[in-house]
Design a protein around this ligand. Structure first.
Ligand SMILES: CC(C)(COP(=O)(O)OP(=O)(O)OC[C@H]1O[C@@H](n2cnc3c(N)ncnc32)[C@H](O)[C@@H]1OP(=O)(O)O)[C@@H](O)C(=O)NCCC(=O)NCCS
Length: 143
């Protein structure tokens, strides 16, 4: 992802989340966060998905992944997740974690197909409705 992608990424973001990130959040990630890596998925020159990770020391953390609803179930999310795992392995991360809403069973199933397991709960993590987050983790030695 480069700064000129942000307008199109915002379309994906607003389509996918009830509390979408604002433009400035993406600008900060791309311009100011040395730990951040953001990738976009492109179909016929249209940005249809994106995924972000932070990699610090040997740990990778997924900040967000989203695919336009019109392009889901076509393997785009899987390609994005594979690409960020590849990036994390190149940078010698040994594990990857993420938070996902307790109610987001679709995303939980998606992560489980990669071997992520529920490893904890963050109580009331989401400020819009005080929903709990599941912490899900993947250890790369499984690969
Ligand atoms: C989660 C998400 C990124 C998956 O993207 P996608 O492009 O649809 O995923 P893929 O097509 O690569 O799916 C890979 C596999 O994951 C599983 N999966 C993906 N979405 C699923 C769903 N809604 N229900 C059940 N399983 C699902 C399936 O096994 C799927 O394979 P299949 O389509 O052949 O059955 C997408 O649904 C999305 O953007 N959701 C809204 C945003 C979101 O909740 N992000 C996660 C925040 S933690």
């Amino acid at each position: 992802m480069i700064p000129s992608d942000i307008e199109d990424v915002l379309v994906v973001e607003r389509d996918a989340f009830q509390m979408p990130w604002i433009r400035q959040a993406f600008i900060n990630e791309l311009m100011k966060n040395p730990f951040a890596h953001y990738l976009v998925a492109v179909d016929h020159e249209q940005i249809v998905g994106y995924c972000g990770i932070w990699i610090a020391l040997d740990e990778a953390h997924i900040t967000n992944i989203a695919v336009l609803s019109t392009h889901r179930h076509q393997g785009v999310g899987r390609s994005l997740l594979k690409a960020v795992i590849r990036r994390a392995l190149e940078l010698e991360a040994v594990s990857m974690t993420l938070e996902v809403r307790e109610s987001n069973a679709d995303a939980q199933r998606f992560y489980k197909t990669f071997g992520f397991k529920k490893t904890g709960i963050k109580k009331g993590y989401y400020t819009d409705n005080c929903e709990d987050a599941w912490i899900m983790s993947l250890t790369f030695s499984q690969f």
